[in-house]
Design a protein around this ligand. Structure first.
Ligand SMILES: Nc1ncnc2c1ncn2[C@@H]1O[C@H](COP(=O)(O)OP(=O)(O)O)[C@@H](O)[C@H]1O
Ligand SMILES: [Mg+2]
Length: 246
């Protein structure tokens, strides 16, 4: 089992969109038993997979060990893809984790799910706190969506500093240019500066994910964005395989 975190210190960079689409690639292309674990209280990952929020708000109980995560996991319409939903209760997760004082709580919770899943993908919230530190300790690989802008590049540097600060041997970090529009000068410049980073184009197909509540591969498999997500997923699988060999 491997854990992939989609993380940035910045909001609105495409984390949730990327998490849902990569989870789809994992389940549908790589045929892996996949869990998308929503760690953002706003619950966008579930929405993108067409899962409605329930009235009960039990997401924090997983972290206090008062509820087995398997009890909260929901099947999606996509084969092999399940969701562990978020709700408002995890807004206080940072202080909850700090007061529990177990630095590896999230890592242990994910390890216990290894019997049921081959890939776990975290859709993270844009915070630097105890929760993000726990994400770093639990993840095998960190994906950072970076839209082509100076503020996003700065956010990427902050992620690298944060990861290095919290783990002795930190997981590899894979930046992905997100929402790339090659008609724009700033975007072309960002592409030239980072020619080896994978990229996801800015596209209406990706915007449609939130309207159709489906990952782009499920409704427009030939769209350039679907191919781009597939490429990012292939790069992720390659990195995980390299890591396993070491
Ligand atoms: N490649 C893309 N092309 C067009 N719109 C995108 C793309 N990626 C994300 N978006 C849009 O940008 C907004 C923010 O994306 P989201 O995934 O919610 O970011 P985050 O989780 O980092 O806050 C959403 O409205 C989403 O539909
Ligand atoms: Mg999000």
């Amino acid at each position: 089992m491997a854990v992939v975190a989609v993380y940035s210190v910045k909001g609105g960079v495409g984390k949730t969109t990327m998490s849902a689409n990569l989870a789809w690639c994992s389940a549908s292309i790589s045929k892996r038993r996949t869990l998308l674990w929503d760690l953002d209280a706003s619950g966008g990952a579930g929405f993108l997979l067409g899962i409605d929020a329930r009235k009960k708000k039990p997401a924090d109980s997983v972290f206090s060990l008062s509820r087995d995560p398997c009890k909260l996991i929901r099947k999606t319409a996509i084969d092999r893809l399940d969701l562990l939903p978020a709700d408002e209760t995890i807004r206080a997760l940072d202080s909850q984790l700090a007061s529990i004082g177990k630095k590896k709580r999230l890592a242990k919770l994910t390890a216990a799910l290894a019997k049921d899943y081959d890939r776990i993908i975290f859709d993270c919230s844009p915070v630097i706190n105890e929760l993000s530190a726990q994400v770093m300790r639990a993840a095998d690989l960190i994906i950072v969506p970076v839209p082509p802008s100076p503020l996003s590049a700065r956010a990427f540097d902050q992620v690298v500093a944060e990861v290095e600060a919290h783990t002795k041997v930190h997981p590899p970090i894979l930046p992905v240019l997100s929402m790339l529009d090659m008609r724009r000068t700033l975007h072309r410049a960002a592409r030239e500066t980072n020619p080896r980073w994978p990229a996801i184009p800015q596209s209406s197909a990706v915007e449609q994910c939130a309207v159709r509540q489906m990952p782009v591969g499920a409704f427009a498999p030939n769209a350039p964005a679907a191919t781009a997500f597939k490429k990012v997923w292939t790069a992720i699988e390659r990195k995980l395989a390299e890591k396993k060999k070491k």
